[in-house]
Design a protein around this ligand. Structure first.
Ligand code: F6R
Length: 616
């Protein structure tokens, strides 16, 4: 939420910053702004709306060239998305510029205090107080911007990433972080700060992950990191294992289309190297000792949104393969209901970004209660894996479109792996059973590919439903979370009323929604395995069809029982029951994406949303 870039080096800071903001626009697109230091003078421009508004303004009225600068793309929290509330915020003398991601919880008190001391604050944002505090602290700190930042940070409550420049501190950019992401990029004679490595990946792949409550000072020749008290910093240097091309659209109209198409590879990459020389499943990053895993008596999985749907599916696999009770919880609800956790609880957090504030806070709460936490995450260098006891990385590569697709499929793979690993460690699964599932998983990239190859009728169907006002999604067993995911995708992309239900719940109320012509998508479980469920859902399809619903049925190849009741039939390959979400979700992603496109929506940047939700 909000994207931040800082640069110091030999290039035009404006060019570097704008390019970085373009790659971070997925984090928020309510406004954009830049500030550049040029010959001891601070110049700035900022505009409401997308980055292109700012770029247009800068074409009409260019800023002087400077080699130190910062920029911001905003997802509004305090104050409407106007020019005045856009970042950067400057002090009254126009010397300090600050950009911010997060929420400063004590800003009202600080604002009142500043007003009393004669400061005039021009915006409704919480950020502006930092600008004024920094301006006040600069001289008393010996004109050392990093020291001024440390002093200011000690007064702030809440979550924040801050980046600042000062006209009287040439060639210096200072950043600070608490609970919000900030990564350093180290180049030759130039250094970068950003919310995400994507912003500087075209310049360097050498990154530094900052610990909690750190201040970083960037100069051309180096980077200095300290804690808020000025003591030694905590950080980890790492090499980013993907390059700029991974964050490009690559000929696709939208990142979402590219990311849907990348799913077979993402699934394959997440499975890579998981079998050791002894033929056993090895999850190298899972540093929780086997003995601890053997003593676990409950698993709790915590996540938000799409990641929560992955968690729901994981529950089926974990309970079936390990016989350990598994609870699934929305992160935003978790810590507020006093959950029962202890040393024998294994908590799994699932997050693409590793920065979602609700999940991060839930993870911290779980650790405070003594539970061991395993984070399933897609973003190296992010906060959740750093703070967890163990991590399992998904290898989806950068996901830029706001709507999650390939991250979801890889989260499922990671969940299956964790479930199998628990089964292996606790002896509830034989070695050959595990090998069999791993082989089935290894076949999934090809199956996903097959689904992708047959999507034209789904796109056509989506276009034909452009004027529908509502779509329902039904599923049973692991198809239920898939239905929820289908509905979520449609809501966020097509801005349509969409709801997912467990098909068995229909008769307990939602069936009253069915009326003539209402499109209802039904995810049908495999007729093999749990065939009772299959038969029940076929009855459910008949029930809704009898009441006028237009049935869109997603069913396995060869499932003939559904044919008479399907107005539209979408075929998916035959898969093991528990793995079906890996193929059944794909048509729903394509459906939502195409419907949104038909409605003329911006698929990669749906309204009101941001990819990384760093506020609670
Ligand atoms: C939906 C979507 C969101 C995220 C949710 C959690 O397409 O992308 O619902 O899944 O905000 O984000 P992460 O996984 O980064 O914690």
């Amino acid at each position: 939420m909000c994207g931040i870039v800082g640069y110091v080096g030999e290039k035009s800071a404006l060019d570097v910053v704008i390019e970085g903001l373009r790659r971070l626009e997925y984090r928020g697109y309510d406004s954009a702004g830049v500030a550049v230091l040029t010959d001891g003078v601070l110049v700035s421009d900022k505009r409401a709306g997308k980055l292109q508004n700012l770029e247009k303004a800068l074409q009409d009225t260019p800023l002087p060239v400077g080699k130190t600068g910062l920029g911001h793309t905003r997802w509004a929290t305090h104050g409407a998305p106007t020019d005045a509330n856009a970042h950067p915020h400057l002090d009254n003398a126009g010397k300090v510029a600050v950009v911010h991601n997060g929420i400063i919880e004590n800003f009202a008190a600080l604002r009142a205090e500043l007003a009393e001391r004669g400061h005039t604050l021009l915006s409704e944002t919480d950020t502006e107080v930092v600008t004024h505090l920094l301006a006040e602290q600069f001289e008393p700190s010996g004109r050392d911007l990093a020291e001024a930042m440390r002093r200011v940070c000690r007064r702030l409550e809440g979550a924040f990433t801050l980046v600042a420049v000062h006209a009287d501190a040439p060639d210096v950019v200072v950043g600070a972080r608490r609970n919000s992401p900030l990564v350093v990029g180290r180049g030759e004679g130039e250094n970068f700060l950003a919310s995400d490595v994507a912003a500087f990946i075209a310049h360097t792949r050498e990154a530094v992950e900052l610990g909690q409550d750190q201040v970083v000072e960037l100069r051309r020749e180096g980077v200095t990191i300290t804690d808020f008290a000025g003591g030694p910093g905590t950080f980890r240097e790492y090499h980013v294992d993907w390059d700029a091309s991974a964050a490009e659209k690559d000929g696709y109209d939208y990142f979402m289309l590219k990311e849907i198409a990348e799913q077979p590879k993402a699934v394959a990459d997440t499975l890579l190297g998981r079998i050791g020389a002894d033929g056993r499943l090895t999850l190298d990053e899972v540093r929780i000792p086997d003995q601890v895993l053997r003593e676990v008596d409950k698993v709790v999985i915590i996540a938000c949104g799409t990641s929560f749907h992955a968690a729901m599916i994981a529950k089926y696999a974990i309970e079936h393969w390990t016989r350990v009770p598994c609870e699934v919880e929305l992160a935003s609800e978790f810590r507020y209901r006093d959950p029962i956790l202890d040393r024998q609880t294994l908590v799994i957090t699932i997050s693409q970004s590793g920065e979602t504030m609700d999940t991060l806070m839930a993870q911290r709460h779980a650790r405070e209660q003594g539970a061991k936490v395993l984070a399933i995450c897609n973003t190296n260098g992010s906060t959740m894996p750093r703070e967890a006891d163990a991590v399992l990385y998904t290898h989806a590569g950068p996901e830029v479109a706001v709507a999650s697709t390939k991250a979801f499929l890889t989260q499922l793979v990671a969940c299956y792996l964790v479930a199998l690993y628990l089964g292996q460690t606790r002896g509830t699964k034989w070695g050959d059973e595990i090998t069999e599932v791993i082989e089935q998983l290894a076949a999934m990239p090809e199956q996903v590919d097959k689904v992708l190859d047959t999507m034209e009728p789904v796109r056509e169907l989506a276009r034909s439903l452009k004027d529908a006002t509502s779509v329902l999604f039904l599923g049973r067993h692991v198809g239920f979370p898939v239905a929820l995911e289908g509905a979520l995708k449609l809501k966020e992309l097509a801005y349509m009323h969409a709801e997912g239900f467990a098909a068995g719940e229909l008769k307990h109320g939602p069936i009253a929604l069915i009326e003539d012509g209402l499109p209802v998508v039904v995810v049908v479980p495999s007729p093999r395995g749990r065939s009772v469920l299959h038969d029940k859902i076929v009855s459910n399809i008949q029930e809704i069809r009898a009441r006028g619903a237009k049935t869109i049925v997603i069913a396995e190849e060869g499932d003939e029982a559904v044919v008479p009741y399907a107005d539209h039939l979408i075929r998916i390959p035959v898969t093991p029951v528990l793995l079906q979400p890996l193929v059944a979700t794909v048509p729903l992603q394509v459906f939502a994406c195409e419907l949104a496109t038909a409605k003329g929506h911006e698929v990669d940047q749906p309204r009101n949303l941001a990819k990384s939700v760093t506020v609670e």
